[in-house]
Design a protein around this ligand. Structure first.
Ligand code: 26Q
Length: 821
């Protein structure tokens, strides 16, 4: 199909030029002379999309093959980031597109910047789903990502007077050239009401759910190009709409306005992504979102299965369904409902197929972050599902009591229903019981899961548990975001590392080649200059690209301890003021990340970062030595600029709290060294890159537990460490709040009297470790060697490796050899 003359298929520069002009005319209806940058972006994107369609349609057709099992990745979030650049890289059309765009007097760079990224996720969990789609397509595994087409994704962050201000993410404002609305792929989703039991003609019991509301879900499909794999995967996102023939009863009753209200509610289901990365007080709309997308997705899978085989007992041979955290865990009850109530399977047959189809990935160890829904709220929205949950629970607790006779406490802990102080449905328990596999996302996380939050489930069914350490895609996170580094690597060892990152090890022998090392430094320096320019543009702060770029970008959370980083900055500030001759290499501290809008302490931390920045950056006594920057609106696009420019990656969460982390991998894969605790995947990163190439500090998870158990008194650390006292007192004094000593009081009090995340306990160890960092950075040659060795040894953290492990351990899907190029 790739005839050079075909305006929708030719991939040469001339054909691309023609195609862009063609779309400018026929799709955008614009004359070149009057076209805006967005018109050109849209025209180019449509030209690129055209060229993805042959592979996409062939892939979707291929997935219909009865012999293949399709992976279905259920996730409430997909944090994709911009499509255009990634699609050009993965399809191999970059050079032709760049040349074609230039032949039109434009710059590809400018058009790439025009794209509003689809920010349909909060942070790590959503971005992980996006990396996994890339790997699934690259590895030619038949797969569908199912999720929600939020009209508004994660809010845009502005900084006003140092505070975070949220604004709506109108990402669809100028149209989305990457999606295709499939109006005919639509399902009805029932909500509310009650259930009734009838006996049908044969005397069989039939259960009828009479909802108060029916909503329609419409499929919007986006192609996901694999890296040069000729396979293009599918992301299917559901948009809620009012059903055409809605609420006739209300109409007849003359309650016209009420009926219109219903329409408003139907459409509101997929309006906005909840901007919390931890569940808060149960919100009905959030539960409705979860149910809505799970129901549409399962109905869609059943439709596809029935095209292959009438036997729903074999559903698990058509699909392997992965639940990304508990957000889609209603799938357990919904699949049972569809099989039993709508397709007439018996309970036991339905249960067997449900369990063997579903698998659950856990992403948190914080017990307070385990999702649970108030029973009444659950009952009101999903009356039939509550009955099903009760029946699952009855049978499950029978098993538990047979396995552990008389152990009432265990029964209470394992029950799907929490009954102590208010009743709740426990989604992690539901997901665990309804799955054949349960996995954590890093080795340490999985071990701690088995010992703590899911200990009872592990003891009862240890065979269900396994670990799959997270990974990130080297296509977006190196090739696309760090082309200079990618080029240097490929120049040295060839290009295979992109899909075979273990090949990066061959870089090790270049670590002793001075000319290679200086080229390596050249790439990093160029990336730092690019980031410095962006910082100047967005914050007005001029930073020195020669200084050590010390970066912490991630959601703002107390457990991630951005405030520990601040305590280090304050101490350096005081040291330099006290002793202007102090040997401290110049550093630029860069922060970025969003706070959940309702998380007061996180927002106060942002304010403190900006307040410290204001004082430090204006102080002539530290000029040229310390700079502090808060880079606003950290998202995928900005991440692509930031990760490649880092010298030092801050991964400083309290040990045992960060499930994995994935930013840690992006940094290291781009040649940053890590300062970190033994937490999440840091443990494995350190094992891979070598302890001499990783700056370790702090208590480990066992020590954290022990300290908490023995009674932790943060005030003692404050009393006994004068530099810590000096740092905290400065915050307390009003120095950073124009004399308003009360502004940061809640944060200071939290640290002194509670300090749940042990920042004060780890402060001294962190400071000493930072001194080792400073010493190492002065020996630039040695630093570069460590940087090269980090990249050379990071192959394990490609999401391709993670996906292969899911295939083997959980999905039972065959792995094919790498695509021959
Ligand atoms: C749940 C219910 C109601 C409202 C919001 C939520 C919600 C939304 C998002 C709960 C959690 C999240 C996101 C969690 C998350 O991003 N976890 C991160 O997952 C990464 C991928 O595995 C890990 O690397 C991180 O360690 C983990 O924090």
């Amino acid at each position: 199909h790739t005839q050079g003359h075909d305006p929708r298929r030719g991939v040469g520069t001339a054909a691309m030029n023609r195609a862009i002009l063609d779309h400018l005319h026929f799709t955008m209806a614009r004359l070149p002379a009057l076209a805006s940058r967005n018109d050109w972006y849209m025209a180019l994107s449509h030209a690129v999309r055209d060229r993805m369609l042959d592979d996409w349609l062939a892939s979707l057709h291929h997935f219909r093959n009865k012999e293949l099992k399709v992976v279905s990745y259920l996730s409430a979030e997909f944090l994709l980031g911009p499509h255009l650049g990634n699609n050009l890289i993965n399809t191999g059309m970059w050079d032709a597109a760049r040349d074609a765009v230039e032949s039109l007097g434009l710059r590809l760079e400018d058009l790439l910047r025009q794209e509003e990224e689809p920010g349909l996720g909060n942070g790590g969990l959503g971005r992980l789903a996006a990396c996994y789609l890339d790997s699934l397509a690259t590895l030619r595994i038949p797969s569908i990502g199912y999720g929600i087409r939020y009209e508004f994704g994660i809010f845009d962050q502005l900084i006003r007077d140092g505070w975070q201000v949220e604004t709506a993410d109108k990402w669809l404002k100028f149209g989305n050239p990457w999606e295709i609305c499939r109006s005919e792929i639509a399902y009805e989703v029932k909500m509310g009401g009650h259930t009734e039991y009838h006996h049908d003609a044969d005397g069989r019991l039939a259960i009828v759910w009479l909802p108060v509301k029916v909503i329609k879900g419409v499929a919007y499909d986006t192609p996901i190009a694999g890296y040069r794999s000729r396979i293009t995967g599918l992301l299917r996102l559901w948009k809620s709409e009012a059903v055409e023939s809605f609420n006739f009863q209300a109409f007849n009753a003359g309650e016209y306005y009420h009926a219109v209200d219903e329409k408003v509610v139907s459409e509101s289901i997929t309006k906005v992504l909840y901007p919390n990365d931890e569940p808060g007080v149960g919100k009905l709309l959030r539960l409705a979102q979860q149910y809505f997308f799970v129901s549409c997705s399962l109905q869609d899978m059943i439709r596809v299965h029935l095209l292959r085989s009438p036997r729903l007992e074999e559903f698990d041979q058509t699909f392997a369904v992965q639940m990304n955290d508990t957000h889609p865990s209603l799938a357990v009850a919904e699949l049972m409902r569809l099989l039993v109530d709508e397709h007439g399977l018996g309970w036991d047959a339905a249960w067997k197929v449900t369990r063997s189809t579903l698998a659950y990935t856990n992403h948190t160890l914080l017990p307070e972050a385990l999702e649970k829904w108030p029973l009444q709220l659950f009952a009101n929205l999903l009356p039939r599902h509550l009955e099903i949950v009760y029946e699952i629970n009855r049978r499950f607790l029978d098993e538990v009591s047979r396995a552990y006779p008389g152990d009432q406490a265990r029964l209470a802990r394992m029950s799907l229903i929490e009954e102590t102080g208010g009743k709740f449905v426990r989604m992690a328990n539901l997901a665990s019981v309804g799955s054949h596999a349960i996995n954590g996302v890093a080795h340490l996380h999985t071990e701690l899961l088995k010992e703590t939050v899911l200990a009872d489930f592990y003891q009862m069914t240890p065979e269900k548990f396994c670990n799959v350490t997270n990974g990130v895609t080297p296509r977006r996170w190196v090739l696309l975001s760090n082309p200079g580094l990618a080029w240097l690597i490929s120049e040295s060892i060839g290009e295979e590392w992109v899909t075979a990152p273990e090949k990066l090890r061959e870089l090790e022998c270049f670590a002793s080649d001075p000319s290679f090392l200086s080229a390596w430094r050249g790439v990093k320096d160029a990336n730092k200059r690019a980031l410095a320019a962006a910082i100047l543009e967005r914050t007005g702060v001029a930073v020195d690209p020669e200084s050590l770029f010390d970066i912490q970008v991630k959601r703002i959370h107390e457990y991630k301890r951005q405030h520990l980083n601040l305590l280090h900055i304050l101490t350096l500030y005081h040291r330099i003021k006290r002793d202007p001759g102090a040997q401290i290499p110049p550093r630029t501290f860069i922060f970025g990340g969003k706070a959940a809008p309702g998380y007061f302490m996180a927002k106060l931390i942002i304010k403190l970062i900006n307040s410290v920045a204001e004082v430090v950056n204006a102080d002539p006594e530290v000029a040229g030595r310390l700079k502090v920057v808060f880079f606003p609106d950290f998202n995928v696009t900005n991440g692509q600029l930031i990760y490649p420019a880092a010298d030092l990656s801050e991964q400083i969460s309290t040990s045992g709290k960060e499930a994995s982390g994935t930013g840690n991998m992006k940094f290291s894969l781009n040649g940053a060294l890590t300062i970190g605790t033994l937490d999440g995947a840091n443990v494995e990163i350190r094992e891979e890159v070598g302890e001499e190439n990783f700056f370790l500090f702090g208590l480990n998870a066992t020590e954290v537990q022990a300290l908490k158990k023995s009674g932790y008194h943060p005030g003692r650390f404050y009393e006994e460490d004068w530099e810590l006292r000096e740092a905290i007192d400065a915050v307390r004094s009003g120095l950073f709040s124009h004399g308003d000593a009360g502004l940061f009081q809640p944060l200071v009090d939290h640290l002194l009297y509670d300090d749940e995340y042990l920042a004060l306990a780890d402060y001294r160890s962190y400071l000493e470790c930072q001194e080792r960092v400073s010493t190492a950075f002065r020996q630039r040659e040695l630093w570069s060697v460590k940087s090269v060795l980090n990249v050379a040894r990071m192959g394990k953290f490609s999401s391709d490796r993670s996906i292969r492990e899911y295939c083997e351990k959980i999905w039972k899907v065959p792995i094919r050899p790498p695509f021959p190029h």
